[in-house]
Write a protein that binds this ligand. Sequence first.
Ligand SMILES: [Zn+2]
Length: 58
Amino acid sequence: MSDILPFQRRPNPAGNTLCRNGHHKWRIDKVRRFDVKQGRLVTVYRCARCGKTRVKAH
Ligand SMILES: [Zn+2]
């Protein structure tokens, strides 16, 4: 037993307070994807903290 890091960085930390309260850190994931359901161009956003995605129509 040696050299065990007590804190490891997680890409998606569970239980982020800001994200739980709906304050996600949105970053553009895919610009101008064509959404067939809506029949229009959309931009896909991904939260930099929890990885959640949302789609915004233009
Ligand atoms: Zn988030």
